[in-house]
Write a protein that binds this ligand. Structure first.
Ligand code: NAG
Ligand code: NAG
Ligand code: NAG
Ligand code: NAG
Ligand code: NAG
Ligand code: NAG
Ligand code: NAG
Ligand code: NAG
Ligand code: NAG
Ligand code: NAG
Ligand code: NAG
Ligand code: NAG
Length: 715
């Protein structure tokens, strides 16, 4: 009896422990994929960071040999204005007027070329600087060392604690560098340990690049190191510095100034006499190891944490991230040989998303690794960048950026109603800067698929937090988003339906905007979004406007030719074999995959259309999120082997540290690919509304065993 009770209690305790910490040994699985390098990659850094700040390192755990970037959500600058242009010229920029169903609509593209280009490329996101190991000779002269001078090189990123450790020998003496990132601040902690330190032969250098908007893509490195005359740096000698700061460097580029604060163990620092903007830092005292905190900020006044508290914060917050929220184990119990690579992609993407795609603004295409589109927000892709957070139970990370919709509501209302002359609603922008302004561009202005995204995010928020507060939080955004969708739909007297476009661009951006009308994917997304908006108002007990019901009930039907949906109404029937239309994002597979089947979409036709895409689209020209989108389509259509194949397609690649390779069309990393991978995998593992059974998107052959914890179902 006693023993029985004891056993029962023991089992109870064991069970509680399992459910508290999860049955999956998360630490073991995560650590299995710690990236290890023995030389620098010329294309991607190993990173530490926190979503708003990231530090990209070469093989030394710093930027000794390769100037990978230090990027943030807050570091932006404006270039000087074009010659003979004033701020007034910029503010009064007007693009062109195009007709939409006979009505002239003002769009922000074209117009005066130099002003347009300035607005496209400004503000641009800056690389905050460079930190490297300083090698000194016996007489304290700087040695010119290359990576080839190092031996016994090994670098490992401990994902569980967000700590990078680099080890190497130099002059036959061992050097260890550990690097971690603060989680609540833009700072790193660095510890360098070596007998060379005691001999006065190792220190740290800091350097600063010029940044401007001359290049749309700046990859793999950001900024220019040989335009030293265009910017200034200086060491604060006598200024009173904030708590924890022993030295501070200010860096001014045009009218922007950024500060680097340095704290930790004692050191001496001076400006180099030979290299402008380069500073040499040597530890003080007879020590074999020294630790520094190096923080970046706009004001220079914020306190700097000690190296040990930064390390501790990194350890705690990463452990919390991995322990809580969703988890998927596709590899432990599976015999399919592809499972291991899929698991690697999942773990490394989970790490990189939290470093690069969890900021308080929407991410740029390349996160915080380098610059794409001048560093601007990638608002049409934001679903692929951020949607996965909802399925993985990381609402607090997703929520950081969600306030952007509320913040950009006034400029989006102005865009819709003042600039473009619609009578109501807010039109969301595509390529956007922190003020909410849209970068001029024909595609930027005429794309429409970014419009329903906030309705989807709101719905996921409500599913996670079904409360009055959530309904109120999104009410205005939902309302004005739907208002513009309804106003944009144009009543076609002769058909009796509401049409979308022209002018407009579809997801694939490859059709002629003045003739693009009633695209299949956008019609379905419109329908889906309006359903969500109407449901939102019902939950609030507010009658949704009659106009919403009217438009939703009479949206044009999806265009069909030869029994298949077509990209848009009236496109030539042979478009399936025309290179002009089969080389970009195959959004037609999104009709049943990315989206659930909406009213007026035939499941049979959607499936037949997806099958045709699989065989007719130029898959060798697909990239990034195309593959997870194809997988989501295959999963919903019951083609489970095919779904896994898409996720591991040879053209959908992740490098040794998990960076998503840009592929044929864009630079590396292309983070919508990682976000979409995590979205698709979570959907296949946890299911979608109406799916049946466990891991409904994976093959049922027995070669796959999928274990999940804390995931949420997709819509
Ligand atoms: C470095 O790592 C690569 C890939 O893991 C391996 O093929 C190579 O042999 C290693 N080189 C050395 C010198 O250890
Ligand atoms: C850049 O200039 C624009 C236009 O004057 C201004 O609104 C914005 O705040 C500036 N941004 C930065 C980072 O200086
Ligand atoms: C700027 O204005 C000055 C004086 O009017 C003129 O000489 C110069 O050519 C102009 N520069 C450009 C780039 O238009
Ligand atoms: C679209 O139509 C406008 C007139 O409304 C015209 O100015 C423009 O050149 C056309 N664009 C294209 C790409 O055909
Ligand atoms: C350092 O070495 C590199 C590569 O050998 C060389 O290009 C560079 O000029 C050297 N710099 C100095 C300051 O000697
Ligand atoms: C500056 O460096 C870049 C490479 O970063 C090079 O393309 C350019 O030619 C250099 N310019 C000068 C003036 O040396
Ligand atoms: C740092 O230097 C200060 C004097 O500049 C000295 O008082 C202090 O003891 C030193 N601290 C360490 C850890 O060496
Ligand atoms: C540094 O410390 C070592 C012992 O660790 C000692 O042998 C050496 O003399 C010290 N050097 C100086 C300059 O104080
Ligand atoms: C929705 O927006 C319209 C137009 O701005 C406004 O009149 C209406 O009061 C809003 N509805 C709610 C529930 O806020
Ligand atoms: C109205 O719809 C019909 C049928 O879809 C189409 O042929 C016609 O071009 C549309 N009218 C306009 C002005 O777009
Ligand atoms: C579209 O779907 C709605 C809702 O199911 C239905 O009421 C309507 O009749 C459908 N329209 C057409 C033209 O089939
Ligand atoms: C398909 O894509 C490849 C790779 O980009 C390209 O070389 C080829 O020309 C494309 N084929 C067609 C038919 O468009």
């Amino acid at each position: 009896m006693f023993q029985q009770q004891f056993t029962f209690a023991f089992l109870f305790i064991l069970f509680s422990a399992l459910s508290a910490y999860g049955a999956i040994d998360r630490h073991a699985i995560v650590s299995r994929y710690n990236p290890v390098r023995n030389m620098s990659s010329n294309t991607t850094p190993m990173q530490v960071g926190n979503g708003n700040f990231a530090f990209g390192a070469d093989i030394t755990g710093l930027q000794t040999f390769l100037p990978f970037a230090i990027m943030s959500s807050w570091g932006w600058k404006n270039d000087s204005l074009p010659p003979n242009r004033s701020l007034e010229d910029i503010e009064n920029y007007e693009g062109v007027s195009w007709l939409s169903h006979g009505r002239p609509v003002q769009f922000e593209f074209g117009g005066v070329a130099d002003i347009q280009q300035w607005l496209i490329s400004n503000p641009n996101r800056v690389n905050l600087g460079r930190v490297g190991i300083l090698f000194l000779d016996d007489r304290a002269n700087i040695q010119n060392i290359t990576e080839d001078d190092l031996d016994d090189v090994r670098q490992e990123l401990d994902l569980w604690s967000g700590t990078m450790t680099s080890q190497f020998s130099f002059s036959r003496q061992k050097v260890t560098v550990t690097t971690s990132s603060a989680q609540s601040d833009s700072a790193i902690a660095v510890t360098v340990t070596s007998s060379l330190v005691k001999q006065g032969k190792l220190g740290i250098f800091l350097d600063y690049p010029w940044n401007d908007g001359t290049a749309k893509f700046s990859a793999p490195f950001v900024g220019s190191w040989n335009q030293t005359g265009r910017h200034t740096t200086s060491l604060a000698d006598d200024r009173v510095l904030g708590t924890g700061i022993r030295a501070q460097i200010s860096h001014t580029l045009d009218s922007a100034t950024f500060f680097t604060s340095i704290g930790g163990d004692n050191f001496t620092i001076h400006r180099d006499s030979l290299e402008e903007h380069r500073y040499s830092l040597v530890p003080a005292g007879n020590v074999t190891s020294f630790s520094l905190s190096i923080g970046y900020s706009l004001g220079g006044t914020s306190p700097l944490s000690s190296p040990s508290s930064i390390r501790q914060e990194s350890k705690e917050q990463w452990e919390q991230y991995w322990s809580q929220g969703g988890f998927i184990d596709v590899a432990s119990g599976s015999t399919d040989p592809r499972a291991e690579e899929l698991q690697r992609r999942i773990i490394l993407s989970r790490y990189l998303m939290r470093v690069n795609e969890a900021s308080n603004t929407p991410p740029q295409e390349s996160g915080l690794v380098n610059d794409g589109w001048y560093g601007k927000f990638h608002m049409e892709m934001v679903f692929w960048h951020l949607g996965h957070w909802a399925l993985w139970g990381n609402w607090e990370l997703l929520d950081r950026a969600m306030g952007t919709y509320q913040r950009f509501l006034p400029t989006s209302i102005e865009r819709a109603q003042v600039q473009e002359g619609y009578t109501s609603g807010a039109r969301w922008s595509k390529m956007t800067d922190p003020s909410g302004r849209s970068a001029p561009g024909e595609i930027n202005e005429l794309l429409i698929w970014q419009q329903p995204h906030p309705l989807v995010f709101a719905e996921y928020d409500y599913r996670a937090h079904p409360s009055r507060a959530t309904l109120e939080k999104w009410k205005d955004v939902v309302n004005e988003t739907a208002n513009w969708m309804v106003d944009f739909a144009w009543f076609n007297q002769s058909s009796g339906f509401y049409d979308l476009g022209p002018p407009m661009y579809v997801v694939s951006e490859d059709t002629s905007p003045n003739v693009t009308r009633n695209p299949a994917f956008e019609l379905s997304y419109w329908r889906f979004g309006l359903d969500l908006a109407e449901t939102w108002m019902n939950r609030l007990d507010i009658p949704s406007p009659d106009a919403w019901k009217e438009v939703k009930g009479h949206l044009a039907l999806l265009p069909i030719s030869n029994g298949l949906y077509e990209v848009y109404e009236g496109l030539e029937a042979n478009f399936w074999t025309d290179p002009a239309y089969i080389n970009d994002h195959p959004a037609l597979v999104g009709l049943h995959g990315w989206l659930p089947i909406t009213a007026n979409v035939s499941l049979d036709i959607a499936k037949a259309t997806a099958d045709r895409v699989y065989t007719s689209w130029n898959i060798s020209n697909c990239w990034g999120w195309d593959f997870p989108m194809l997988a989501m389509s295959a999963a919903r259509n019951g083609e489970f082997e095919q779904a896994v194949d898409w996720l591991l397609h040879p053209l959908f690649k992740f490098d040794d540290v998990g960076m998503p390779i840009g592929g044929v069309r864009v630079p590396t990393p292309y983070f919508p690919g990682s976000g979409a991978l995590l979205f698709a995998v979570a959907m296949m593992a946890q299911g979608w509304d109406g799916s049946v059974g466990p891991s409904p998107g994976f093959p049922k052959t027995g070669s796959w065993q999928i274990d999940t914890e804390g995931l949420h179902t997709a819509l």
